[in-house]
Each structure stands twice: as structure tokens, then as C-alpha cells.
Design a binder for this molecule. Structure first.
Ligand code: ATP
Ligand code: FE2
Length: 326
């Protein structure tokens, strides 16, 4: 029976977990909360450095196991913010050397997918991965996760966060804009940008900020319309990818997957197409240590480990760079 300790810390959430084959033994997080504005990479990394000892000792205590029984240490090697990645990688390397166990460098995007499959039982789904920095429509093709469509500029989460920051709404803006959008009463016209299988959000955000600033429309109506457009763009591309690949399962993952309007729109589309729609527990859609520990376990079992000297972080690591051997 393999046991893996995993550490996540690509951006806002420093989180660790210990996972055994089909069970979560422990998990603990100490998220970074920016004082004002968005996530500052160096501040976030400093916060992770301050908290890492507590996070790791807490998961070890909670799991109530002898560290000697841990078979591997997994960490998010990328994509993510350089200073944050380096902080977590340093801790993971130290643990690997100290316990004399393999080190496993996990692709953060793939971890979002694998935990979703694990927790929902989806077998071979198309995946809509929507988070702060990323927005991608992905599917497993042979031994690679193929990216069928993606954002041409910023991720949907960062787009919504940027809109909310313009009105001094504290980070993360996503959940707060969702609440404001519920009070929206009319749809206003905003940019809708889908190019082939890709989409883009920055023009939409700028137009939305301007619409509120010019006092033409209320923040409620603009939040509502912003969500309607952004999510429709995502649903359009997802639906097309389902059709192209003749897939009958859809998995939603990433922090923005918590949004109930996005879920509703996807659910309607899936029902129309006879597609089973899988949504993991909210807690595991955003960044978390369990997804890294679990994906690390799959990798360890497939013999995919790295030497400490080869474990340089990859801030732009894409999911289609990884050969899926499990
Ligand atoms: P990645 O590196 O995968 O891009 P991330 O660091 O952005 O991950 P996640 O936890 O996956 O982290 O996603 C965070 C994003 O999710 C933030 O932009 C946040 O505003 C957004 N978000 C969270 N809840 C909601 C919600 N209810 N509606 C819309 N967006 C949300
Ligand atoms: Fe993430």
C-alpha cells in the first residue's frame, strides 16, 4: 500500500495532504490572503515560507503515521508563480532527502483533473478546467491530455478578479461577483469573443469595468452580464469539443467551477446532448494538497519520479507536455 505526502502552493493556497491508495489520511491548508489588490507572487511565497513547517507537521500529526511509512513526496512543479513554486519545491526536496524517499513533480493542471476523476468516478471525460490563471478544454487522447481550446489571454478567474478589484472588492472576487450577479435584472451587451476553439476575456473585462464606471449600468447588471458572456463562451467551446470527440462525460474542475451559474449552464447543455456531468466537491475544485498527493501517488505507481537535481520548477508547464502512464 503506497502512501504519498503532497504539497500544493502554486499561488494562493499552501496546502498539504497525505493520501493512501484510495483514502485521504490527512489534509491541512494555510491560505495566503492578500492585504489589498491581487496575489503578489513574492508576498505569497513569503507567506508559504512562514507557514510550510506548520502545514507539513500538521498533516503528519493528523494522519497519525510514522513518517518512515511514507513512500513518496509530491509537489506542484508548475504551472504557477515562480517564487511560490520555488518555496514549495525546496520543502519537498528537503523532505525527500530527509526521509530518503522519491520526489515526484506534479503538473498542477493534471492534478485538478485527476482528483476530479477520482472523486466523481468519471472514466474518460472531456474536462473544462477553469481557475484563476487557466481556462482550458481538455481531453485524454492516447497518452496525453490534449488541449482542445483555451484562453488566448487571461484565465476566467483572473478576469473576474480583475473586474472586482476595479471596484475595491477583496480578492478573490469570483464568489462576490457571483452574489452581485444574482441581483442583476437585465442583460447588457458586452463583448463575446470566441475564435475557433479558443476564447479571450480581457476585452470583456475592460468593457464591463467601463460600463460601471460610466454609470450607465449598475454593478449588479454588469456582473450578471459579464458572467453570462464569459460562461457562454466556455460552454460553447466545451459543447463543440464534446461533439468533435464524441464524448459523453464532462468533468468540471478548477476554482471557478464553484460558480453555480456556470454549473447550471453546463448542466443544461449536457442534458441536451445526453452527456453525464461530473462535479467534484467544491473543496477539491480549487487548489488543494489532496490533488497533488493523489496525482503523486498515481505517478509513483507508474514509476515517474525525479531526482532532486532535476527538479527545477516549471512556471509555464502545460498539461499536454506530460506523458500519462497511469
Ligand atoms: P490555477 O493555477 O489552476 O490557475 P488558481 O491558483 O487560480 O489555480 P483555483 O483555486 O483553482 O486557484 O482558482 C481560484 C479562482 O477561482 C479565483 O480566481 C477565484 O476568484 C475563482 N473562484 C472561486 N470561487 C468562485 C465562484 N464562486 N465564482 C467564480 N469564480 C470563483
Ligand atoms: Fe489551480
Amino acid at each position: 500500500m503506497n502512501i504519498v505526502l503532497g504539497i500544493e502552493g502554486t499561488a494562493w493556497n499552501l496546502s498539504a495532504a497525505i493520501v493512501e491508495e484510495d483514502k485521504i489520511l490527512s489534509e491541512y491548508s494555510l491560505p495566503y490572503q492578500p492585504v489589498g489588490g491581487g496575489i503578489h507572487p513574492r508576498d505569497a511565497a513569503q507567506s508559504h515560507a512562514t507557514n510550510i513547517k506548520k502545514v507539513i507537521s500538521t498533516v503528519l500529526d493528523k494522519a497519525d503515521i510514522d513518517p518512515k511509512n511514507i513512500n513518496g513526496v509530491a509537489f506542484s512543479i508548475g504551472p504557477g508563480m515562480g517564487p511560490c513554486l520555488r518555496t514549495v519545491a525546496t520543502a519537498a526536496r528537503a523532505l525527500s532527502l530527509l526521509l530518503d524517499i522519491p520526489l515526484i513533480g506534479v503538473n498542477h493542471c493534471i492534478a485538478h483533473i485527476e482528483i476530479g476523476k477520482w472523486l466523481t468516478g468519471a472514466k474518460n471525460p472531456l474536462i473544462l478546467y477553469v481557475s484563476g490563471a487557466n481556462s482550458q478544454v481538455i481531453g485524454l487522447r492516447g497518452r496525453r491530455y490534449n488541449i482542445y481550446g483555451e484562453t488566448l489571454d487571461i484565465g476566467i478567474g483572473n478576469a473576474i478578479d480583475k473586474f472586482s478589484r476595479a471596484f475595491n472588492i477583496r480578492h478573490p472576487g469570483g464568489p462576490k461577483i457571483e452574489e452581485l450577479a444574482k441581483k442583476g435584472e437585465r442583460y447588457i451587451k458586452l463583448p463575446y469573443v470566441v475564435k475557433g476553439m479558443d476564447f479571450s476575456f480581457s476585452g470583456l473585462v475592460t468593457a464591463a469595468i467601463n460600463a460601471v464606471n460610466r454609470e450607465e449600468f449598475s454593478i449588479y447588471d454588469v456582473s450578471f452580464s459579464l458572467q453570462e458572456n464569459a460562461f457562454s463562451m466556455l460552454v460553447e467551446v466545451t459543447e463543440r469539443a464534446l461533439a468533435y470527440t464524441d464524448t459523453h462525460e464532462l468533468l468540471l474542475t478548477g476554482g471557478v467551477g464553484a460558480n453555480s451559474r456556470l454549473r447550471e449552464m453546463l448542466k443544461i447543455m449536457c442534458e441536451d446532448r445526453d452527456v453525464r456531468f461530473f462535479v467534484p466537491d467544491k473543496k477539491y475544485m480549487g487548489d488543494n494538497g489532496v490533488m497533488i498527493a493523489y496525482t503523486g501517488l498515481l505517478m509513483l505507481k507508474s514509476g515517474i519520479t525525479i531526482k532532486v537535481e532535476d527538479s527545477t520548477v516549471k512556471p509555464n508547464f502545460r498539461p499536454d507536455e506530460v506523458e500519462i502512464k497511469w
